[in-house]
Unconditional design. Structure first.
Length: 368
């Protein structure tokens, strides 16, 4: 009996030793398992999404999250028609032109080339060009199309000397990834193409995202309408039903954007230093030239932009500051007054409540 028990115990000991040995062998032969690293939660509060959307008159009405409520996939935007409209890229040279009569019932109708009053029958209104410190008024002027609008502006500029800019705005906003720049336009714009971003990790950025935005109106073409000018063409009920509105002014000028991927604490002081007209040290130049910087210009002449292909970051940033930021003492002429950048609508006084309260909605989605 004792012998049997000893044999049994030995058998258990041998089996356990074998299992331990096999376990040790299997652990040594398996590759190490990498630790599970969770990405830190993103503090979205530090980004200027609302301010970026406001540039084009949009507001953030709702946020689109992923299933885990960790990452923002996009936004639902609202657009009030009482705020100026940015022309979509390229459309400023087509429509709508000053004094166009259109329906403000939808964003699509505002930018439609189909108008209520054909150009040949459009009412002769009072036009004024605001530029510099003065204005040029012309009555009984039939504005038939974009070319007539362009000719009107250029005939005025040819008769006058170089003029100072009509206004200037510039902003600095932080963003999370390149797709967020769509907020500036309020529409699904191809940001990668617009800024010629070639890095393979698009839309991700490596460090901090900074947007520098500058709007430089050169002149304003405006026209005056009275309530009678609406009702001479439309019954009041038609104006209310279709939310009939008109383009009361167009701002011509130039738009510039610079987006930077770099350590904000290091790069921002350097940009401020250059904006103030100060030189950088060699070490600071090295930091600036290592940053990922992309530009977009609209309304600028080739002469103003120069040949950017052979410039380093330092020279390109200096050029941006010179033509987009430090414009207080700069002038423009018939060759450099820019392109249509934004317009504003107005309506009949009886339609103002509907006009002021209406919002357009659209959903903006970011690529991953």
């Amino acid at each position: 009996m004792i012998t049997k028990n000893i044999k049994y115990l030995f058998s258990i000991f041998a089996s356990s030793t074998l299992l331990l040995a096999l376990g040790a062998c299997s652990k040594d032969s398996m590759p190490p398992v990498p630790p599970v690293i969770e990405e830190p939660n993103i503090d979205y509060k530090k980004f200027d999404f609302g301010n970026m959307a406001a540039i084009s008159g949009h507001s953030i009405e709702d946020t689109i999250w992923d299933a885990e409520k960790k990452n923002i996939l996009g936004f639902r935007l609202g657009k009030s028609q009482k705020h100026p409209f940015l022309y979509p890229e390229g459309n400023g040279d087509q429509y709508p032109i000053a004094s166009s009569t259109l329906s403000a019932n939808s964003d699509e109708k505002v930018f439609s080339s189909s108008l209520y009053i054909p150009a040949s029958k459009r009412i002769i209104t009072r036009f004024a060009l605001n530029a510099g410190d003065g204005s040029f008024v012309k009555n009984d002027f039939l504005l038939t199309d974009y070319n007539a609008q362009k000719d009107h502006i250029e005939s005025f500029l040819k008769a006058n000397k170089a003029m100072p800019y009509y206004g200037h705005k510039d902003f600095i906003y932080s963003f999370h990834n390149y797709e967020n720049i769509k907020l500036i336009f309020g529409k699904d714009v191809d940001i990668q193409k617009l800024f010629n971003i070639t890095n393979k990790s698009y839309p991700k950025i490596e460090q901090d995202g900074l947007l520098y935005y500058a709007l430089n109106p050169t002149l304003r073409l405006r026209s005056t309408y009275l309530d009678d000018d609406y009702t001479n063409y439309f019954p009041l009920q038609k104006i209310l039903d279709d939310n009939i509105s008109r383009v009361q002014f167009i701002d011509y000028g130039k738009l510039a954007m610079m987006i930077i991927d770099a350590d904000e604490t290091k790069i921002k002081p350097l940009i401020n230093k250059l904006t103030g007209g100060n030189d950088l040290t060699e070490a600071e130049k090295a930091v600036l030239n290592k940053a990922a910087i992309h530009f977009h210009y609209y309304g600028y002449t080739e002469q103003e932009l120069g040949n950017k292909s052979d410039l380093d970051n330092l020279q390109r940033v200096k050029n941006y500051i010179d033509i987009a930021i430090n414009v207080k003492d700069k002038t423009f002429n018939v060759e450099s007054y820019g392109r249509p950048i934004q317009f504003e609508l107005t309506t009949h006084s009886k339609n103002l409540e509907q006009f002021n309260n209406k919002l357009y909605f659209n959903q903006l989605t970011f690529k991953k």
